[in-house]
Design a protein around this ligand. Structure first.
Ligand code: ADP
Length: 605
């Protein structure tokens, strides 16, 4: 719809009203003036007829004289004079020859006059070819006995074109006046429209400010003093509305900010999706978990943002059924595989209409891995403990069954029992050591004191020396003097011992194990020290490397057991190194040898 300006709403009605008024006045005035003129002229004609009636009456008997009288009087008074007999034939006429004129009996003025009255008529004369006003009076014999009998009619007529002309002139003046009036009225309307619409212009400006969220300028204040009451009360209403809006928007904004804070500081990953599966919002945790830039995701389709069919299927189900869903899904990305626990519920708007879905996602990869480790650990401990116990029980039963009688066999059996119980002892020692380190680390960390590294390495190697010599393996220590590291020397020594024992165990006779330390720089240039225990033994197959530091994990079951290993050595090493805030890495090649590298904080003395 095309909107018109206010002036175009007012002006046409104004114009119509003015034109109607002028037309009515003109019509009424014209009619009155015409009536007045005609009445005046008619009265004048009747009066003039009355003046000459006596002469005409006298001349009725002498037609030729009557005719010349009519012609003469008619010329002098600029009036057409006609005398008609009672049978309608024209006796005399001031302008025409009576013989050529038709019978006048039916003319209205004649009919009235013959009946004894004053007849008059306004009509177009075909004889003279113009509009004429006729007035007729009866002529009676004044002295005759039948004085009421009309035997002739005297008719006077004047053309009314003069009246018409006068009227046309009056109408033209009224027309010119009308144009002036309309122009003035137009100007007034323009001014009026301007006056009415000016406050609205200001209010429109203000309303646009309101729409932009700027409620600082009050409408009523910014209006001029002389505005109409209706405009002022409209402005006041709009100010009230703006105040309410401002309050509502502020409340919503506060609420939204609080929600935003909650949303972004949540540890759980949260994604909100609309009905078309477009992302409404995604928090920072979700961005991190799913490898998505959280700020750029809103408005995009979920399948574009997160490429995971399972998640899409679950969300699709919630969107179609409205029922909440809880499930675990596998998510693969560049970093590998993650196990995600997803809880999806449908999202409702203020009118309880379903508008999308909300997914809360937890990364349970670590949790599930820990659960598996714990389960495996319990199974492993039971298994590790059961093996020596079963063995001990078997030998003791055999002894009781009679083998005790054979002293030699009995001694060999008892030696095995002793070995197995030592093994049990070793396992329990290692388990206790592990739990002590773990507990120490959990209860605020173990106590670290800065000390020279060389001493710890020497002491560790010394502990292993006898076993190494027995295996025919040499040990070389390469540690520059003056390296200081914050450490718990007892624990660190145990870690090095475990590594050296392993290196000796898995070396061949004649091999050499190297224990070396060096200063270096870590990320960001922090000084650090690396301790490496390197052997040239059997090495470890690559598939075992990731799990090597788990409890009871062995790359070579048979050999480890035969060598008296508990499978806990490296787990202990890892925990000790972690308690020092360090890192342990392994490099190994089957048949070539292995190298275990501990990285700790450290510096030169
Ligand atoms: P274990 O007591 O059996 O030695 P560890 O936890 O110390 O247990 O070691 C775990 C496994 O790692 C061992 O069973 C062994 O198979 C492997 N391993 C450890 N150190 C070495 C090494 N230096 N050379 C080859 N294999 C090794």
């Amino acid at each position: 719809m095309r909107q018109k300006k206010l002036v175009w709403h007012i002006f046409p009605s104004f114009l119509a009203a003015i034109l109607l008024c002028i037309a009515a006045v003109t019509w009424y005035a014209s009619a009155s003036i015409q009536d007045f003129f005609l009445a005046h002229v008619e009265a004048d004609l009747i009066a003039r007829a009355g003046l000459i009636r006596a002469r005409v009456e006298r001349l009725l008997a002498a037609p030729s004289e009557l005719r010349s009288f009519c012609v003469q009087v008619g010329r002098e008074s600029k009036t057409r004079i006609t005398v008609i007999s009672s049978d309608g034939s024209v006796l005399a006429d001031s302008t025409e020859r009576p013989e050529s004129m038709e019978n006048h009996l039916t003319r209205p003025e004649i009919v009235t006059a013959l009946a004894g009255g004053h007849g008059q008529s306004l009509r177009f004369s075909r004889t003279l070819n113009e509009s004429m006003l006729y007035a007729a009076i009866p002529i009676r014999h004044a002295d005759a006995a039948d004085a009421s009998t009309v035997y002739a009619v005297l008719r006077l007529a004047v053309p009314v074109t003069a009246i018409d002309r006068a009227l046309a002139e009056i109408q033209m003046r009224i027309g010119i006046g009308s144009i002036v009036v309309i122009a003035v009225a137009g100007l007034l309307v323009l001014l009026l429209a301007r006056r009415i619409s000016r406050p609205f212009e200001g209010m429109k400006q203000n309303a646009e400010n309101f729409a932009r969220g700027d409620f600082s300028r009050k409408m009523l204040m910014s209006l001029a003093d002389a505005v109409p009451l209706e405009v002022a009360s409209l402005a006041a209403s709009m100010d009230r509305m703006a105040e309410m809006l401002d309050d509502k928007i502020t409340a919503i904004e506060t609420h939204r900010k609080q929600l935003d804070t909650v949303f972004s500081s949540m540890i759980e990953a949260v994604i909100a999706i609309d009905k078309d599966e477009r992302v409404i919002g995604i928090n920072a945790a979700a961005g991190r978990l799913l490898g998505v830039e959280a700020g750029a995701a809103p408005g995009k389709y979920l399948q574009v943002v997160v490429r995971n069919i399972e998640l899409q299927v679950q969300i699709g189900r919630v969107l179609s059924t409205g029922e909440p869903v809880e499930n675990e899904i596998v998510f693969r990305d560049r970093e590998g595989e993650k196990l995600l626990q997803v809880r999806i519920v449908s999202l409702h708007d203020g009118r309880a209409q379903e508008v999308g879905a909300l997914a809360v996602i937890n990364d349970v990869t670590k949790l599930r891995r820990l659960e598996t480790i714990r389960r495996d650990f319990v199974a492993n401990v039971s298994h590790e403990l059961r093996t020596p116990i079963t063995s001990i029980r078997g030998y003791v039963e055999t002894l009781l069954d009679g083998a005790l009688d054979n002293r030699e066999v009995a001694i060999s059996f008892l030696q095995t029992v002793l070995r197995q119980s030592e093994r049990l002892n070793a396992i329990i020692d290692d388990l206790l050591a592990l739990s002590r380190i773990e507990q120490g680390a959990r209860a605020g960390g173990i106590e670290l004191r800065e000390g020279p590294l060389a001493m710890v390495l020497e002491a560790a190697v010394e502990t292993c020396r006898i076993e190494a010599e027995r295996a025919g393996v040499g040990i070389v220590v390469d540690c520059p003097e003056g390296i200081l590291a914050p450490m718990n020397d007892t624990l660190l020594e145990q870690a090095i011992v475990n590594l050296v024992v392993n290196a000796v165990r898995y070396s061949r006779s004649g091999d050499v194990v190297t224990v070396a330390a060096a200063l270096g720089a870590g990320e960001g240039g922090t000084p650090q020290v690396t301790i490496s225990v390197r052997d040239t033994g059997c090495g470890i197959a690559p598939q075992h490397l990731p799990r090597l530091f788990e409890r009871f994990y062995r790359s070579d079951q048979a050999r480890s057991r035969a060598e008296g290993g508990t499978g806990l050595g490296l787990a202990i090493v890892k925990h000790i190194v972690q308690a020092h805030g360090g890192r342990i890495d392994v490099r190994s090649q089957e048949g070539v040898g292995s190298e275990f590298i501990i990285t700790l904080e450290g510096r030169k003395a």
